[in-house]
Ligand binder design. Structure first.
Ligand code: MN
Length: 251
């Protein structure tokens, strides 16, 4: 069975080329018979709660996801640093399953740890502080109780709305911290990790304790072209732009 992985589409209703790219990709993998798709965070540019989907103009994308789910493809979504408020109503409308990171995917070929990636960017101290607050149930319940317009206003002043910080520091400028990556591997028997967030696609080899080899597969963003990884039997292929990289899991 083939499994596909994507992240960091940052969908907004005002970018029709990006929307077409997303739609075409879903149609393509459905035609290829791919039955499992993992979306590893930042599917949407930002999210104000499931009841604000129409307000943000994201309903068309929800319909595309629903249509794809209806073809029989199992779509799993985990939260990114921008769409961490995706909830059960989104899940019900789209047929997508929300999963929590780190998610351990076990296949015949490998065990793979799936994450968005922002938790590994521990050098971004400001983001980690923000993340700690907004990922609490208290903050989220309080935020979601506010009228949508007020939420939108709050989002403009905090870090997960795109406009903020563009002139200061793009959210994804920081790369992962190597010891955070090693720590993550040390907590699991998985020796493959797949994540996005940094917009620095590539496959990295990591030596753990000088003897154990692990691999980190980083998905790219979708600003100019689709980026995806495909796990097929014992091979992971990463696509970004004109580039492709392969990881043979039997080696
Ligand atoms: Mn991100």
């Amino acid at each position: 069975m083939s499994i596909a992985f994507i992240s960091d589409l940052h969908l907004t209703p005002d970018q029709s080329a990006l929307g077409d790219r997303f739609n075409d990709y879903l149609n393509d993998i459905a035609l290829l018979g791919i039955q499992k798709l993992f979306i590893l965070g930042d599917l949407f540019e930002y999210w104000l709660g499931d009841d604000a989907s129409e307000h943000l103009g994201q309903s068309d994308y929800e319909r595309i996801l629903k249509d794809t789910s209806n073809t029989g493809m199992a779509i799993s979504v985990l939260h990114g640093n921008r769409d961490f408020l995706l909830g059960s109503e989104f899940s019900r409308r789209t047929g997508c399953t929300l999963i929590k990171e780190p998610f351990l995917l076990e296949t015949q070929a490998c065990k793979a740890l799936l994450l968005h990636g922002d938790s590994l960017c521990t050098d971004d101290v400001e983001h980690q502080a923000f993340r700690k607050v907004v990922r609490t149930q208290d903050w989220q319940l309080n935020f979601l109780r506010k009228p949508i317009k007020e939420r939108d206003k709050v989002a403009q002043t905090v870090r997960y709305r795109s406009e903020y910080g563009k002139s200061i520091k793009p959210l994804e400028i920081m790369d992962v911290n190597q010891s955070a990556v090693v720590d993550e591997f040390n907590q699991t028997s998985a020796r493959v990790m797949i994540h996005g967030h940094t917009h620095r696609p590539g496959i990295h080899r990591i030596e753990l304790n000088g003897r154990d080899t692990a691999y980190r597969v980083v998905l790219g963003d979708w600003a100019n072209a689709p980026s995806a990884a495909l796990l097929n039997n014992n091979l992971i292929t990463l696509f970004y732009g004109e580039q492709r990289e392969e990881l043979d899991l039997t080696q």
